[in-house]
Design a protein around this ligand. Structure first.
Ligand code: FPP
Length: 255
């Protein structure tokens, strides 16, 4: 997506990464409680923070943003809160689809479609189809998503292919398995951010986060802004990623 200012991101900055940032948008309830407001208003303020983040990400050279909108475990919340979250995703897609389409954003919803109310599934499918050919920025919203469920679904798909005689068990490798997950085709995950001070992954992108940098930020999601995303990017850039190897300084010292 072109930065709103019209300026492009310097190639040198974009090359530093991260390309793909995922966010567990935590703290909406606490934000509302601190103001004596119902939790639902915390989620509404959370949508505004999401809009700010989607706008800021491409300006920092980020190509893909994946956010956790609703987990398979969130069905345990009160019915009214679940229904508010469903309504918010629908309203977000309906209000922002034209702009996202114009700005070259491809929207993709991760997670199990079955179980979603029919009207939400229809809105989501229309938005995905409408933006399918956009390639300037990828926005992935995990909705009715759980990483373990996604791994189980991928395993089932492979088992079914074996049963159909289309695959042999020993043809399964990491790359094939990754291609069966709902995140297939997106860039590798570089950073996983969680807001609100909690330090857990909570069943989000377990496979994809194998070598991601984890960044925990002490800000409640509705207060998240461009400066917080910039901090997460800076934190990523200050880390040395070794992917199981040894650091560049150790390589030099080893001669
Ligand atoms: C966690 O805060 C947040 C969620 C479970 C939902 C996140 C949803 C949004 C930001 C809005 C809707 C999403 C989209 C994609 C339009 P919490 O309620 O667990 O907060 P708490 O831990 O302070 O109670």
């Amino acid at each position: 997506m072109a930065p709103a200012s019209g300026q492009s991101v310097p190639a040198s900055e974009a090359a530093l990464g991260p390309r793909h940032v995922a966010v567990i948008m935590d703290g909406n309830g606490r934000w509302a409680k601190a103001r004596g407001l119902p939790r639902t208003l915390g989620h509404r303020a959370g949508v505004n923070a999401l809009k700010r983040t989607v706008e800021a990400a491409p300006k920092l050279g980020i190509e893909c943003l994946t956010v956790f909108g609703f987990s398979t475990e969130n069905w345990r919340r009160p019915v009214a809160e679940v229904s508010e979250l469903m309504g918010l995703v629908r309203a977000y897609v309906e209000s922002d689809l034209e702009r996202l389409t114009r700005e070259g954003v491809r929207l993709r919803i991760l997670g199990r479609r079955e179980g979603l109310p029919a009207d939400i599934a229809a809105v989501v499918e229309r938005a995905e189809a409408r933006t399918a050919n956009n390639d300037r920025f990828l926005l992935q919203v995990a909705f009715n998503y759980g990483a373990r469920a996604d791994v189980v679904d991928a395993a089932r798909r492979f088992a079914q292919a074996v049963k159909n005689g289309e695959q042999e068990p020993d043809q399964l490798d990491e790359s094939t398995f990754g291609s069966l997950l709902c995140t297939a085709g997106g860039p590798p995950l570089d950073v996983l951010v969680r807001t609100s001070g909690e330090r857990r992954i909570s069943n989000f992108l377990l496979w994809e986060a194998a070598y991601a940098e984890l960044v925990f930020q002490d800000v409640l999601w509705p207060d998240y802004g461009v400066e917080h995303l910039q901090q997460a990017v800076n934190e990523f850039r200050s880390r040395e990623r070794r992917f199981g190897g040894i650091g560049v300084h150790d390589v030099l010292a080893a001669g």
